[in-house]
Design a protein around this ligand. Sequence first.
Ligand code: GAL
Length: 447
Amino acid sequence: MATAPSATTSTSPAVYDCNPESASFPEQFAWGAATAAYQIEGGWDADGKGLNVWDTFTHQGGDRVFKNHTGVDYYDKVIDGLLANRVTPVVTLYHFDLPQHLEDQGGWRSGAIVETFDAYAQFCFRTFGDRVKLWLTINEPYVVAALGYEKGIMAPGVTEPGTGAYLAAHNMIKAHAAAWHSYDKLFREKQGGLVSIALNSDWAEPSDPNSPADQEAAKRHMAFCLDWFAAPIFLDGDYPAIMKSKISAVSKRQNCPSSRLPEFTSEERMMIKSTADFFSINYYTTRKIKHQDNTSCQPSFFSDQEAVQVMDPSWPVASGSSWLAVVPWGLRKLLKYIKDTYNHPVIYITENGFSQSDPAPLGDTQRWEYFRQTLQEILKAIYIDDVHLKGYFVWSLLDNFEWISGYSSRFGLFFVDFEDPALPRIPYKSATEYAKVIANNGLIKSD
Ligand code: GAL
C-alpha cells in the first residue's frame, strides 16, 4: 500500500477580503502533506516482502505483500499513529509499486488484474476502513500508462508504442471502478467513507492564443491527459469523443486492424460511470501546446494527440526537476476546468510541490515564494471562480526517492540527510511557513 497524503483539518471563518495576501481558507479546509510507500519506507527485503516493479526497474528488490501480517501491522501502526496525533489519513491503494509477480502475468496490460486489484482493495477496506475514511484507488494512472507502458521510462519499463498506454489505462479504469463498487456495496454503509482516484494533469495553454489549431491542440492535450480517465469515471463511462475519433482515424491510416484505443462494452460503461465520490488532482506544471500534424506510420500515444508541448522560457524552473516549470496560475485554470467539465465536484489537490537539487538550502526562500503564489491562486479559485476545493496536500512531507531522479531531486518540506544512517530530518523554511499557514488557515501579510 502506498501511504497516504496525510491531512489535518483546521477551523477558521471563511472570510474573503478580496485580498489573496491575507484571506482565510474555508472552514474545515484540509491541509496535508503527501508521501508514497516506495519513496519513503526503505526496507525493500524486510519481513518477507516480495519484489515490485520498481525494485526490478532500479535493480534492487522487494515490496510489501498483504498476505504478510508484518505489513498489516506496520500500516495499522502508521494509521493509529496518525490518528493519535490528530492527522486524518488519506490512503492511496496503489502508488506505482505493482508486485513483480503480477507484472510477470501482464501487469496492467492484463484484464485479470481487475479482479486481483478489487480483492486487494476489499482487503484494505475491510482491514483499515474502520479508521480510514478517504481512499484513493490508483495514483496517477496517466503516468503509469504513458511512462510505464508506452515510453518505458518508469517501471515496469515497457515500450509498446501506440498500444501499451491505452491497454494499461483501460484496465486501471476498470480496476478502479470495481474497487469503488465493492466499497459502495460492502463497506460504505458501515464505514461511511469516500473513494476516488488520484489523477494528474498539467494545464495546457495554446502556444499561440490566436491560433485555432493551437487552441484545439491544447484541448486535445487535456483530453489525452486528464479527460482520458476523468470522462469515463466522472461522466458517462466512456473515453472523450476527441480521443476516440483521433485514435481511430490515425489507426486506420496506419493500417491497424481496428482503433488502437480499446472500447468499453455497454455493461462496462455502466459499471465505470460515476465511480468517484470526489475529485483528486495532482498538479505540478503547465505547458504551451502547439498543433503538429501526425504523418508518421509508427503508432504512438504521443503522436496520436497531434499536439506538442513547449516550455515557455520565461517561466522559472524548479532546480531539482528540469520538467517542472513553476506556473502557479496554471493550477487556478486547471481547477476551473475541472469545475466546468465535471459538474462542480468537491476537489482535493492531493499533490503539489517544487523540488530543489542538491545541495538544497534549508532557507528555501524562493520555493516558499512559489508555494505562497500557489496558495494565492487557490484562494482565487475558491472565492472568485467558486471552485469547491476542500483540501491541499503538499508533495512531499520528506525528501525521498524521486523515481528515476533518485535522491537528488528534493521535494520534501523536511530535509533528509541520506548519508547519515539515522536519516535525520530538518525542516526547510517552507515547512515552518506552511505550519503558519495551517495554524492561521490562510496566508498572513508577512508571508
Ligand atoms: C508525482 C508522483 C509522486 C512524486 C511527484 C513528484 O507524479 O505521484 O510520487 O514523485 O510526482 O515528481
